[in-house]
Design a protein around this ligand. Sequence first.
Ligand code: MV4
Length: 660
Amino acid sequence: MFRKILIANRGEIACRVIRTCRRLGIATVAVHSEADERALHVRMADEAVAIGGAAAADSYLVAERIIAAARDTGAEAVHPGYGFLSEKADFARRLEAAGIAFIGPGADAIAAMGDKIESKKLAHAAGVSTVPGHLDVIADEAEAVRIASAIGYPVMIKASAGGGGKGMRIARSDAEAEEGFRSARSEARSSFADDRVFIEKYVEEPRHIEIQVLADAHGNVVHLGERECSIQRRHQKVIEEAPSPFLDEATRQAMGAQAVALAQAVGYRSAGTVEFIVDKDRNFYFLEMNTRLQVEHPVTEAVTGLDLVEEMIRGAAGETLRIRQEDVRMTGWALEARVYAEDPYRSFLPSIGRVVRYRPPVGEGIRVDTGIYEGAEISVHYDPMIAKLVAFGPDRATATDRLLTALDAYEIGGVTHNVGFLSAVLARQRFRDGRLTTNYIAEEFPGGFAGAELSPTVRRHLAAVAAFLQSVAAARDGAVSGQLPGRRHVAATDWRVVDGDAENAASVRLDEAGGTVALDGAALRIDADWQPGQSLFRGTVGGQAMTVQVARERMGWRLSHGGVVLGLRVLAPRVAELARLMPVKAAADMSRFLLSPMPGLLSQVLVQEGQDVKDGDPLAVVEAMKMENILRAVRDGRIARVHAEAGASLSVDQKILEFE
Ligand code: MV4
């Protein structure tokens, strides 16, 4: 067994690999960029080596620096995690040449699976079901149209070097095939410097289901069942689960057997994933093989009880697989939600900055894999993932409920995050029913995310919680200060809960175990031992378990639950009466301003003061996330003032221009 392993990665996956190494008594070496000096993986490892600048291309992607770091520290093996160098055959080869073990598959298997046309041919030859189509490179538009119509529309045009949706087009007619071929080829050329494209039948209403395989260097291969990864947004997975709610045992066995056959055909070793696309009739087709540990591997670990990183390490050290196929037992259900620093209300723009508050949830069946801690920085240089939140339970409904409760309890401050969006995705009846396809998010949230739904019952329960919190806080306030000698403090019991325009009369009686809130006369029992100052309310309301994040505001409470943030004022009846008479402050009219839609660099201001502009004219360019965003006029007008100059660093909603 290895005595020391270098982890050629960062973030949660580096931390996760280190944890297993520690359990196995293996020393660890972290590598890090300049931006990651204070990162969690650096803190966790026994040793750390700085390998270069903040940009991945200057550090985590520089093979020779990592190999040098392994050599200098005496690491005998390198775990690549996912992304970065994990699927670079050349990196694996150079490590082996330097006498350092690569904890992953052989370089030849990586190379064979890296090319879509080649891997599809290989899979086909190994008896794996592939999407009907044409297995060779398409030469020109005319050939593309001929082959597309021979396959029958709709078809999919794909770049052989592709991934993540790049260089991929759906075509439903000859005209679309011609145009799709042209654009897929040019995108492939610019993205991958490889313009080979092929065409296959488009699978409608697709589900993405993948099989985890595990192989040793002695020809033994097992599969560990499937993961359902259909819930994704623009090729970024959002929720994954194991098993799939869609597969029957026969399909599962057939897919597993084919995944094993493919792994054997390429002489695979280590952990790998065979991706399939499954149609509505449960026909399944090979898509590609990922020759690395995947982000979503914890759901497989949860249902199999295995540690995939441990198995990878043992395999790389030459050990024989410790399990045979008949030993693989799947129990229960696991779901993973990817928690990101991004703003679901602003088309999921990354949210960069310091995580000033970080309290991950704990609880039965909950696992959190993270590279973040309170005070850590989410930088522009890397993927803004905060954590993977995994919930396990005896069945799908229990795992889903546990995940929802954990999301309600997840406290993240300082950066915007997608926790509320994740709750909204899981809370839909369609999710409960397991009717998942890769179109789920686009269909369930057309036009983007605009907040979760709040049922009248939950709204009522939250009003009761607010009244309860107010009563507990008021009782405490009365007990600690402002007492006149000889006067007993009488805690108020009658309140008005103001929810927008609606107002509920709440009468609260507190007791040892919690209290009873009569909302407009109907009593709701609350059991909770919440104390003033706590940011998490956990209890039952009307017999239903509820986890709510609470923050006291000037006249009431801000409650977050189920993806909804609700501001409720809780007032004494007389105060409520007077508050009704208060004028409402009108929101400032910002329509005269051009505001920055995102944090970024103002690279160009294209207009001057006094200039007339027409609807659609470009006004300014903001660079963010490596993209140039052109901001245009939405109506005719004249520029009154320029508020920010080219070169300025903009925050969200910062004024750039003012119109007359
Ligand atoms: C497909 C497909 C439908 N039919 N191929 C997307 C990424 C790449 N790995 C393959 N992809 C797809 N290939 C055929 N013949 C639909 C997709 C697809 C998809 C696949 C997996 C996960 C999410 C997806 C989202 C959109 C499209």
